[in-house]
Design a protein around this ligand. Structure first.
Ligand code: CP
Length: 312
């Protein structure tokens, strides 16, 4: 692949290649060994048009650990604020010859559009409700490490599915790897036509969690609700917040995931989030660095192997 814009175009063997390399980087990270210099001599620019803690920090760390020159554009202080368009901004940075452009944008499709205008590799760090491919890859690696496999698992993705790029990328990835996916949440937060994706849909959380191996909670994304229906937090927690009583419906060894940032007491009880026997939320963060290292390493190999294709 020239870019990493989404999970949709990836084949299962390509997903496995990223996860295998990330697993090796994760093992090195734990032993604090040097990671080599896969990105030495390359320039990585991070452009985040939306707030981020985990994704931005881990892309920066990943690039630095692999020897790239990393520049974080402060979009709040950029000429975007003077009215410069996304494409003009990208073309301006492109003229400085970066090799890797990491982009987060509030509008679905904005990162794909930008990738058509620049001649470097582009990584989607989350675009609107569309995709967040590195999040799905780090979630997959976390599941594979915790459960020992990434196929034939029962996985419940719970909460605000309609506004979630994390849900979309995970549905695509976990489906490609032949898992059974259940979506759990109120009908008002389910996208139209979602059953066509080969998933089961539940509005009763206890039934949706019955016997599952993985419980993946999602943040209630009020900023994307466009003035539509916003549930009361109290009511939402009562029906769809993960607490000990609802988690007891899942398999006894089920793991609990959340991409962060979390709304404690809204979609998840703080004690569940912090329970080191069930929650792998901190592992997800740790795998984020390893997966982003692997993704950029593989794109850089492609850049080096096919410079004409990339620079055409
Ligand atoms: N999960 C995730 O994308 O978190 P950030 O918004 O903090 O990057």
């Amino acid at each position: 692949q020239r870019h990493l814009l989404g999970i949709e175009p990836l084949r299962p063997d390509e997903i496995t290649t990223v996860l295998d390399l990330a697993d090796r980087y994760a093992a090195h990270g734990r032993r604090r060994e040097k990671h080599g210099a896969a990105l030495a001599g390359l320039t990585q620019i991070n452009m985040f048009f939306e707030n981020s803690t985990r994704t931005q920090a881990s892309f920066e760390l990943a690039g630095k650990r692999l020897g790239a020159d990393v520049m974080n554009m402060s979009m709040q202080a950029s000429s975007i604020k003077k009215g410069e368009t996304l494409i003009d901004t990208a073309m301006t940075l492109n003229a400085m010859h970066p090799d890797l452009l990491v982009v987060r944008h509030p509008h679905s499709g904005a990162v794909d559009l930008l990738a058509q205008k620049v001649n470097c590799a582009v990584l989607n760090a989350g675009d609107g409700r569309h995709e967040h491919p590195t999040q799905a890859l780090l979630d997959a690696l976390t599941i594979r490490r915790a459960k020992g496999r990434l196929h034939r698992l029962n996985i419940a993705i719970c909460g605000d599915i309609a506004h979630s790029r994390v849900a979309r990328s995970n549905i695509l990835l976990l489906g490609k790897m032949e898992n059974r996916i259940r979506l759990v949440g109120p009908a008002t937060l389910m996208p139209a036509g979602i059953a066509d994706f080969g998933v089961e849909v539940y509005d009763d959380m206890r039934k949706g969690l019955e016997g599952v191996d993985v419980v993946m909670m999602l943040r209630l994304q009020k900023e994307r609700m466009d003035g539509g229906f916003i549930p009361s937090e109290r009511e939402y927690f009562y029906r769809y917040g993960l607490d000990a009583e609802k988690l007891a419906c899942a398999a006894p060894d089920a793991i609990v995931m959340h991409p962060g940032p979390m709304n404690r007491g809204v979609e998840i009880d703080g004690t569940i989030a912090d329970d080191i026997n069930r929650s792998v939320i901190q592992d997800q963060v740790e795998m984020g660095v390893a997966v982003r290292m692997a993704a950029m390493d593989l794109l850089a190999r492609n850049l080096r192997a096919h410079p004409k294709e990339v620079m055409a």
